[in-house]
Write a protein that binds this ligand. Structure first.
Ligand SMILES: Cc1cc2nc3c(=O)[nH]c(=O)nc-3n(C[C@H](O)[C@H](O)[C@H](O)COP(=O)(O)OP(=O)(O)OC[C@H]3O[C@@H](n4cnc5c(N)ncnc54)[C@H](O)[C@@H]3O)c2cc1C
Length: 368
C-alpha cells in the first residue's frame, strides 16, 4: 500500500485528504497546531471553489451552512452604487458563489475526512528524497518513509523551504483588518464601499452573520494605531457606522498581505506542493481557497494514473494555466487598487463589468 504524508491541515491539506481517502493509500496528516484552529473570520468562495466542493461531495452541506451570493455590489462612501455585478452572468450558473465562516468550512472538510491518521503538534524537520520514496524526520525526532509527501503547509511552508530553499515573499499591503459581525438585514450580497481612504467589504456568511474585510489606502506600508484604523469609515453610509459602533480591534485579525513568486515547479521528486505553499497570493481575486480545493482534486486524479516520479512536472503543467491566470489578474487588481480614487471609480463605471467578466472567464470553465 502506498504511503502518503500530508503536511498541514488547512483547506488544501484537508481537501486532499478527503479526495484521496478512498483510493487505497495509507494517509497521515501532520498539523503543527495543537488542535484545529482556524482564524475566526469568513471566506468568499467564488463559483469554481463551490464546484470543487461539489466534486468532493461537500457542496450541499457547505451551501446549507454558508450564504449563497449571486451579485457583487460596489458603492461609494455615501452608499451610491458604482457597479452592480450579476455573478450568475459571469459564472454561467445559478446562485454561483458562497460566503462561509472559515471555521465552518474547516468543520465541513474535517467531517468529510475519514480513515486518516492525524497528528497534531507535529511538523516536519528534515527531508531526504530517494528515487522512489522520501525519508522525513518529524518534530518528535521520529523517522518515517513515504512514497509521497504533499506540502499543504501554507504561505510560509516548511516543506517548500526543505525542497526549494528560501523563496522570499513579496510584501504587497500592510495591515488588513478582518472581523465577524451581525449581518445587517439589508446586506444580502458581496458589498464593497470604497473611497479615497480605503475599502470596506461586507460579505454575508450565514443568515445571521457577516464577515468584514477592511483596508486603508496608504502610500507605501504605513500602519495605523489599531483604534484609529476605522476613523475614515465611521462617516460612510449605513450600515458601516452601526457595524463600527460594535467593533472591537482586539477581536479582529490583522494581516499584511504577501505574494509567493511563481515557482518553476510545484515541488521536486516525490514532494509536491499545493495551496498557498505552491501559489500563495493576496486575496484580490479571492481565489486562494478555490485554487486550494481545485489542487486537491487535480492531484488526487493524477495520482490514480500518473507515474509518481514524474507527477510533480505533470501536476505543475496541468495547474499552470489557472494559477498563472489568477496571479496575473491579481497583480492587475493590485495595480488598480493604487490608482487615485476618482480614476478607479470612473474605470469601474466604464469598464468594471467587462474587466470582472474577463477576470473570471477562464476560471468559470470547469477543470477536468
Ligand atoms: C486577509 C486574507 C483574506 C483572504 N480572503 C480569501 C477569500 O475571501 N477567499 C479565498 O478563497 N481565499 C482568501 N484568502 C486566501 C486563503 O485564506 C488561502 O489561500 C487558503 O487558506 C490557503 O489554504 P492552505 O490550506 O493552502 O493554507 P493555510 O490555510 O495557511 O493552511 C496551512 C495549514 O498548515 C499548517 N502548517 C503550517 N506549517 C506547518 C508545518 N511546518 N507542519 C505542519 N503543519 C503546518 C497550518 O497550521 C495550517 O493549518 C485570504 C487570505 C488572506 C491573508
Amino acid at each position: 500500500m502506498n504511503k502518503i504524508l500530508i503536511v498541514g491541515g488547512g483547506i488544501a491539506g484537508l481537501a486532499t485528504a478527503r479526495a484521496l481517502q478512498n483510493q487505497g493509500y495509507y494517509i497521515k496528516l501532520i498539523e503543527k497546531q495543537s488542535k484545529w484552529q482556524t482564524s475566526g473570520t469568513g471566506l468568499y468562495l467564488p463559483s469554481n471553489g463551490v464546484i470543487a466542493l461539489d466534486k468532493l461531495g461537500l457542496g450541499d452541506i457547505a451551501r446549507k451552512k454558508g450564504f449563497l451570493i449571486s451579485s457583487r455590489n460596489i458603492k461609494d462612501a455615501k452608499g451610491k452604487t458604482i457597479l452592480d455585478l450579476d455573478l450568475e452572468k459571469i459564472w454561467g450558473r445559478e446562485k454561483p458563489c458562497l460566503g462561509i465562516n472559515r471555521k465552518v468550512l474547516h468543520e465541513v472538510l474535517i467531517e468529510g475526512t475519514h480513515n486518516i491518521n492525524i497528528s497534531f503538534n507535529t511538523t516536519i524537520k528534515t527531508l531526504k528524497t530517494n528515487s522512489d520514496s522520501v525519508v522525513i524526520e518529524l518534530s518528535d525526532d521520529s523517522k518515517e518513509e513515504y512514497d509521497l509527501i504533499i506540502g499543504a503547509d501554507g504561505l510560509y511552508s516548511k516543506t517548500r523551504e526543505l525542497i526549494l530553499g528560501d523563496v522570499p515573499l513579496r510584501k504587497v499591503t500592510a495591515q488588513v483588518c478582518r472581523f465577524i459581525t451581525k449581518k445587517p438585514p439589508n446586506i444580502n450580497s458581496w458589498t464593497l464601499h470604497i473611497s479615497s481612504s480605503g475599502q470596506f467589504l461586507i460579505i454575508p456568511i450565514d443568515n445571521d452573520t457577516a464577515y468584514c474585510y477592511v483596508n486603508r489606502k496608504t502610500k507605501g506600508f504605513k500602519t495605523f494605531e489599531e483604534k484609529q484604523y476605522m476613523n475614515p469609515f465611521k462617516k460612510f453610509a449605513s450600515p458601516i457606522p452601526e457595524i463600527l459602533d460594535k467593533w472591537n480591534p482586539s477581536n479582529s485579525y490583522w494581516n499584511d498581505l504577501e505574494e509567493l513568486p511563481k515557482l518553476s515547479m510545484m515541488g521536486s521528486g516525490r514532494v509536491v506542493l499545493i495551496g498557498d505553499a505552491a501559489h500563495g497570493m493576496p486575496p484580490f481575486m479571492a481565489q486562494g481557497g478555490a485554487l486550494a480545493l481545485e489542487d486537491a482534486i487535480a492531484l488526487s486524479n493524477l495520482l490514480k494514473n500518473e507515474n509518481w516520479n514524474t507527477m510533480v512536472a505533470t501536476f505543475s503543467k496541468n495547474r499552470a494555466s489557472r494559477i498563472d491566470w489568477t496571479r496575473i489578474r491579481n497583480q492587475k487588481r493590485e495595480k488598480l487598487s493604487k490608482l487615485p480614487y476618482w480614476i478607479a471609480k470612473l474605470g469601474l463605471k466604464k469598464v468594471g463589468e467587462k474587466n470582472w467578466t474577463e477576470d473570471y472567464k477562464p476560471l468559470s470553465e470547469i477543470p477536468k
